[in-house]
Design a protein around this ligand. Sequence first.
Ligand code: ZN
Length: 443
Amino acid sequence: MTLILENAAIASVDADGAEHRSGHVVIDGDTITAVGPGPAGVPGERLDAAGCLVTPGLVNTHHHLYQWATRGLAADATLFEWLVDLYPVWKRLDAGITHAAATAGMAHLAMTGCTTVADHHYVFPQDSDQIEALVAATNRIGVRAHLVRGSMDRGESDGGLPPDNLVETTEAALLGTEAAIDAHHDPARNSRIRIAAGPCSPFSVSEDLMRQAADLARRKGVRLHTHLAETLDEEEQCVAENGCTPAEYADKLGWLGDDVWLAHTVHLNGPAIRRMGATRTGSAHCPTSNGRLGTGIAPVRDLLDAGAPVGLGVDGAASNESGGLGEELHQALLQARQRGGPTALAVREALWMGTMGGARCLGRDGELGSIEPGKLADLAVWNLNGLRYAGIEDPLAALVLGATPPLKLLLVGGRPVVADGELRTDDETAIAGELAAASRRLR
Ligand code: ZN
């Protein structure tokens, strides 16, 4: 079936940054076949998108979906205090709670323009199949997921931050990661589920697990993800234990490279930024979570200038209770300008990070991240009609500088996931009810 979006403003986010004030996008099945100014000269089902802005679907490069069930706790804590408060709650997770939380989290992400979700799941407290719960939630909502099989093997008795009863053995973490890859990783074009290897962070994972997880990922052809350089507390601990900064530690363990993307990278010195750029290591920038936990402002301008792919992430909903990706465009721009001045990040660069930058972090820039013939039809059609955006001449300024607009349509591989502001793949009210019950049970 051919679907034609017409009369819309279009931001293609292609290499030339092509934009059309009023144009068309033609979609054949799961693929974009044409984009350009004016009406499309081909037959098909037409959708009049007057007053709307069409962008590539947003790519979320870092999340912990299970945290949707534990929002609003440790409201005024530092990262380490917040983790110590929440570890005992997460210990009680089961597959049903994770499924309810992930379904709610992905539904809300879809409603805020997100078509691809990277989820970093590192809590495996019971024998329940946590990855299966995430896969089922992904299929229910209809977005794409990059499920990072996380792990922690360094409990308190080994000098780590998490309690001993929440960590796995090194061997179990590696076996679990390999099993998730074998069961669920789909490298095909238009795949819905990919798996990555993701030891959680230097302060919860042994050096041995970091090295072996990287070896496993490269042997299996999947990507690598971890948290790095989020706080000064982490840096102090890393220097005391290893005699080097977190970025130097990652480099030493084989954790920089074009198959790696790192969450946060807030505290990087000049050489670390240049090394991230030279190795094309990706950064998942999570401005709202960084602000919520007061960790600092990531050097996004410097990373982009060094050539590192930078994408956007919401981070877990326990440190970003709103959990919407559209808002991160706005927050990324504000924080970059607070750090580097008014020219530190342009409106169009914020959109680039939320789309193409994220696709690069996930190794999918050949399929996703821009509106071009041959790319997958993952598209957000933002409705800029009405009071909130009236009189804003530049639709990208409305999207990035204003409140997140409602969606006229969200397509994933050409399939409508959101239409006229409502989730079409499941029942939003039922999902909210399931989540509330799961959250009560967890507490
Ligand atoms: Zn995180």
